[in-house]
Ligand binder design. Sequence first.
Ligand code: ATP
Length: 233
Amino acid sequence: MTLLSIRDLTVHHGQLCAVDGLSLELEKGEVLAVIGANGAGKSTLLRALAGLNPPTSGSIRLGDRDITRLPAHKRVSAGVALVPEGRRLFRSLTVEENLLTGAYRQRPGPWTLARVYELFPWMAERRKQNASQLSGGEQQSVAIGRALLSNPDLLLIDELSLGLAPVIVRRIYEVLPGIVGSGTTALIVEQDVSQAMRVADRVHCLLEGRSVLEGRPQDLTPEQVEHAYFGIG
Ligand code: ATP
């Protein structure tokens, strides 16, 4: 079943065309990774899906609903949750208070505070600590837990690995099967290509706002990916 369908999506920042006639589909229960160099338009795409960057043209459908013009605050209720680049936690709030901000517009579904603590057991033990006392990787995990608490159909994760050690990134990505297994579909933006290839069912490589390569990791050669990433050939 198709969960997300993007057709001819174009998004501008002023004169600059950051996403240029992009089309892609995401099946329910899939993990799709969007890769691409700096400035390829990955974050703009995610922000357009979250309602933060209004498209110039094209359409976004979630299930059978057209959400192209739905404002950001209504996307959460529609089933879209964004884990933004840089985590954006409230540093003076505790771990648990940060998590609960995600439950503010909670939809019915499997994700509760207890379920998030099952996914990340250390969080239960440290739920009264301030977010400012957490490491970068721990903050990233709280940002994921917070997004899950809205019970999204579509979880968007922007640059999870930014500024984190590879071993930490791998550990955080280990929770993805548990998330997808609960019925949530994931679209991740990842600059670390090998990481994306490890965790995704399918990847799209963007170059100057266009998808230049799409496929399952096992079907793509490193040369194909490298050429698409750098725009060679
Ligand atoms: P990065 O990995 O560096 O975040 P990206 O693939 O996510 O790159 P975007 O951040 O979507 O790319 O940027 C796409 C293009 O749009 C770039 O040329 C960028 O400079 C430009 N851009 C992004 N945000 C804005 C903004 N708020 N105002 C103006 N231009 C922007």
